[in-house]
Design a protein around this ligand. Structure first.
Ligand code: NAD
Ligand code: DAU
Length: 336
């Protein structure tokens, strides 16, 4: 199989490429990534020279780049490329629409013309909006996004749906919960708090710290995407969750405990505007239809993840620099 992976230099995309090269040694992967502040070729170190892997630097919202990509023939496309940080979407919503909506639509156009056999749109549980303490979202729950990021992902989902219904395109959408694991950019809460705690800096916990996220190890997510790619039904949506709901305060305490750091590092700060209270997914469909369920124990997965950041301090220092730091100084300074 010849597979396009978009956004393969980011957190989940790079983990997915590693996973596929291991699980499907006969497959050829082409990674197109614009290398934004979140994209990092160091995430793929060790596989650059694989004959099964090719990298194209390109922007999915740029027609010339996408045309160049499609000069070759492919079977599948998995679309990870996106602007992904909710906080950032409050300051640069237009960029989120450009990449996440227009970029996806451009890929759909080319994939349609080139008769791609499967187009997997990597979406998110955030498209469903927020839950209070009870209940779960299933695949038929209404889309009710609250942040510009979530709205851009929901828009891409409905555009994918329209291409599937109108043009009979082989599109499948996955909606996953919060991922954790190696190579996650330290703007997202787990690596952000690990890297802060290591420097004995305060961990800015938004609001009352009682917002709930459902955590899944990135390798479980990659495994679910492969199941969907190979066995998922065309035109369908699949929720993917780890079943590990934790309040942010609980999560922060566990991270501090693993690191042997004091809880006095926790600093409650002003809440994120529009902060979703709780995400929780019903994943019966993927379990019943594709036989997939998450395998990683949360305590083990988190401990291994913390160890990874401890062992990769240079990676952390290198990514927390340049463009990201300028943005941090401009907008996030108030958090610390
Ligand atoms: P990330 O921010 O770590 O990586 C995104 C990658 O996309 C980067 O390599 C970046 O350079 C690239 N990119 C950005 N704009 C691009 C463009 N215009 N053209 C080409 N490449 C571009 O993100 P992630 O956490 O790995 O998320 C990957 C996908 O999974 C996203 O679509 C996201 O919405 C979805 N998702 C993420 C999570 C999560 O918890 N991280 C959960 C569910 C779904
Ligand atoms: O649910 C899936 C989504 O998970 C993905 O679609 C997004 O791409 C990904 O960024 C993530 O979104 P969140 O907003 O949930 O992730 P983040 O790591 O930014 O925040 C997790 C929780 O931690 C959230 O409730 C906000 C809180 N938080 C975050 C940061 C960065 C803090 O309390 N303090 C912080 O400094």
């Amino acid at each position: 199989m010849r597979v396009i992976v978009t956004g393969g230099a980011g957190f989940i995309g790079s983990n997915f490429i590693r996973y596929i090269l291991k699980k499907k040694p006969g497959w050829d992967i082409t990674n197109i990534d614009a290398l934004t502040y979140a994209g990092n070729l160091a995430n793929l170190s060790g596989i650059e020279d694989s004959p099964k892997y090719k990298f194209i630097k390109g922007d999915i919202s740029n027609p010339e780049d996408v045309e160049r990509l499609f000069e070759s023939e492919y079977d599948y496309l998995v679309n990870f490329a996106a602007e992904t940080h909710v906080d950032r979407s409050l300051y640069e919503p237009g960029l989120f629409l450009k990449t996440n909506v227009l970029g996806t639509q451009l890929l759909l156009n080319y994939a349609l013309e080139k008769r791609i056999k499967r187009f997997i749109q990597i979406s998110t549980d955030e498209v469903y909006g927020s839950l209070e303490s009870e209940g779960y979202f299933d695949e038929s729950s209404p889309l009710s996004p609250n942040s510009p990021y979530a709205a851009s992902k929901a828009s891409a989902d409905v555009i994918c749906r329209s291409y599937s219904r109108t043009f009979d395109m082989p599109v499948i959408i996955t909606r996953c919960g919060n991922n954790y694991g190696p190579y996650q950019f330290p703007e997202k809460v787990i690596p952000f708090f690990i890297t802060k705690a290591l420097k004995d800096e305060p961990l800015p916990l938004y609001g009352d710290g009682l917002n709930v996220r459902d955590w899944i190890h990135v390798e479980d997510h990659c495994d679910a995407i492969l199941a969907v790619l190979e066995k998922g039904e065309i035109g369908e949506v699949y929720n993917i969750g780890g079943g590990n709901e934790r309040t942010n305060l609980e999560l922060t305490r566990i991270i501090l405990e693993i690191l042997g750091k004091p809880e006095s590092l926790i600093k409650f700060v002003k809440d994120r505007p529009g902060h979703d209270r709780r995400y929780a997914l019903n994943c019966d469909k993927i379990k019943a239809e594709l036989g997939w369920s998450a395998q990683m124990d949360f305590a083990d997965g988190l401990r291994k993840t913390v160890e990874w950041y401890l062992n990769n301090k240079k990676w952390c220092d290198d990514v927390i620099s340049g463009e990201y730091m300028k943005f941090y100084e401009l907008h996030y300074r108030e958090r610390s």
